[in-house]
Write a protein that binds this ligand. Structure first.
Ligand code: ADP
Ligand code: MG
Ligand code: ZN
Length: 502
């Protein structure tokens, strides 16, 4: 690999203004493919989920997946797009072995949704509006597997295998208008946009949008123009970037690379590029000029899609609250800072905390357990919070037991440990491990009497007014009750019995 000269990010921005375009592909979570009844389930035996239609065999006829169209309309509406009254699918003709039909059924000049926007919040709280050009329906390709080489790439491979299970899975492609005016924050805007879009897609329930599984991938188009000029420069298109961090890094790298080429008097070639996770660099893919001809034409085997206005309005009414709006509402309801909310979001805890509150916990306790003990355990186990073997209902029950005084925090942590270890619901763990706080006044009283008798010197100090010494006696009682007493109540009892005011 030839090393590429870069100029520093600051120097690049001192001379040039970045313009970006983001194309995001989202694999819908429909049960069946876009134009046939084949299953979309992941992990099946290669080529076991195929039929004459998705293999493009002669005589087969496609039928549009209604849920696919509904999902596209929902996405379009959530992005404030206009929804086409009538639109068609188009054939995008090209040859590639992972595409059995030799054309991709897509949409061309008649997308189902167009002219929208998505407001994204940057780290300093500022809102940046990203304008949406279009969102259209299409289908995914199959997968090639290059075998026999060292890298898994086609170069050096002895042969290739093809799996068509993914061919025909519904995709929605969402394309932004050129994003101008982001300046040095262009990479941050790119990342924030993809993050917000992913939250939105999840909130709509149309896809799980897991980037690491390729359910959502982003092409980053980027060009530079000299500061103060209008005309766009030539863009590069970094393909299939599949994490939020990589989106940001790819944009940043391309800014530095373009600046190096341009400032040394070179020209940028319009081409696709590959992103490399290891060092955040990109390398050239194929030359892609605007003359590229896919011989698009309307798909003759599918009827046009004409979503009725009534149906569109019905879908609009059913839209969930936008993620950004919901986040701000919850932040206020919970009384947390922007920073804490960001941590909650990063930890994937928002929905878990909401569900715990819905199950009866107060916001502060729900937050405390998920972001404290449970986050620690998830971290230790190297998993997500959501993957822990404890439900929001169970956490809410722990909160309730603490609130009513049956558990203190230390015991509550043991209860959580028991639930995670598969010992059952919190009540079952409390019973099974004998964990309830000793609240029986008689038993507590006896424990306090014993502690006073065993520590006569300390008791005298307390009697003579050194109330601070009570801590030692509280400790003795807690030890005697194996931590199962309510420490505050123990202290009260000690002072009461020794005849001093707390
Ligand atoms: P293609 O099919 O070649 O990928 P699209 O129009 O689907 O073209 O997507 C191109 C993306 O790049 C869009 O988001 C568009 O706004 C953006 N774009 C177009 N021209 C430029 C440019 N000169 N610099 C940066 N982004 C651009
Ligand atoms: Mg593109
Ligand atoms: Zn099929």
């Amino acid at each position: 690999m030839t090393t590429i000269d870069l100029v520093s990010y600051e120097d690049a921005l001192a001379s040039y203004d970045p313009v970006m375009g983001l194309e995001v592909h989202v694999e819908l979570g429909t049960r069946t493919k876009m134009f046939c009844g084949c299953s979309t389930e992941l992990g099946a035996e290669p080529n076991s989920q195929t039929c004459p239609t998705c293999l493009g065999l002669p005589g087969s006829l496609p039928v549009v997946n209604a849920i696919g169209v509904e999902s596209a309309v929902k996405i379009g509406l959530a992005l404030h797009c206009e929804i086409a009254e009538w639109c068609r699918f188009a054939r995008k003709n090209y040859f590639y072995p992972d595409m059995p039909k030799n054309f991709q059924t897509s949409q061309y000049d008649e997308p189902i949704a167009f002219n929208g926007y998505l407001d994204v919040q940057l780290e300093d709280g500022e809102i940046f509006r990203v304008e949406i050009e279009r969102a259209h329906m299409e289908e995914d390709t199959g997968k090639s597997l290059h075998v026999g080489g060292a890298t898994g790439r086609i170069h050096g491979a002895s042969h290739s295998l093809l799996d068509y299970n993914r061919a025909g899975i519904p995709l929605i492609e969402i394309v932004t208008k050129p994003i101008e005016g982001a300046g040095e924050r262009a990479p941050e805007v790119a990342k924030a946009y993809v993050a917000e879009l992913r939250e939105l897609i999840k909130a709509l329930g149309v896809s799980e949008a897991r980037m690491e599984q390729g359910q959502m991938r982003c092409d980053v188009n980027l060009s530079l123009r000299p500061n103060g000029t209008e005309k766009f420069g030539t863009r590069s298109e970094t393909k299939n970037v599949n994490s939020l961090r990589s989106v940001e890094r790819a944009a940043r790298f391309e800014i530095q690379r373009h600046a190096a080429v341009l400032s040394s008097g070179g020209t940028i070639v319009q081409e696709t590029r590959h992103f490399h996770e290891e060092d955040g660099s990109t390398t050239a893919g194929r030359i892609k000029d605007n003359a590229e001809d896919y011989r698009y034409f309307p798909e003759p085997d599918l009827v046009p899609v004409a979503p009725s206005r009534e149906w569109v309005e019905e879908l609009r009414k059913g839209l969930p609250e936008l993620p950004r709006v919901r986040r701000n509402r919850l932040r206020e309801e919970w009384g947390v800072s922007e920073h804490d909310m960001q941590s909650i979001l990063n930890a994937g805890a928002v929905d878990l905390i909401v569900a715990t509150i819905d199950a009866g916990a107060d916001a502060a306790s729900a937050r405390k357990w998920w972001m404290g003990e449970l986050a620690r355990r998830a971290n230790e186990a190297g998993t997500d919070l959501a993957a822990l073997e404890i439900t929001p209902e169970q956490v809410a029950r722990v909160c309730a037991l603490v609130a009513e005084g049956s558990l203190n925090d230390k015991l509550a942590r043991q209860v959580i440990e028991g639930v995670l270890a598969g010992e059952g619901d919190p009540d079952a763990v409390v019973a099974g491990r004998g964990l309830a706080v000793v609240s029986d006044e008689g038993a507590l009283g006896t424990a306090v009497d014993e502690a006073i008798a065993a520590n006569a010197g300390i008791a005298d100090k307390i009697r003579s007014g050194k109330v601070a010494a009570a801590g030692a006696l509280v400790g003795a009682v807690m030890k005697a009750t194996r931590g199962q007493a309510d420490a505050a109540r123990v202290r009260e009892l000690i002072l009461e019995k020794l005849g001093v005011e707390g």
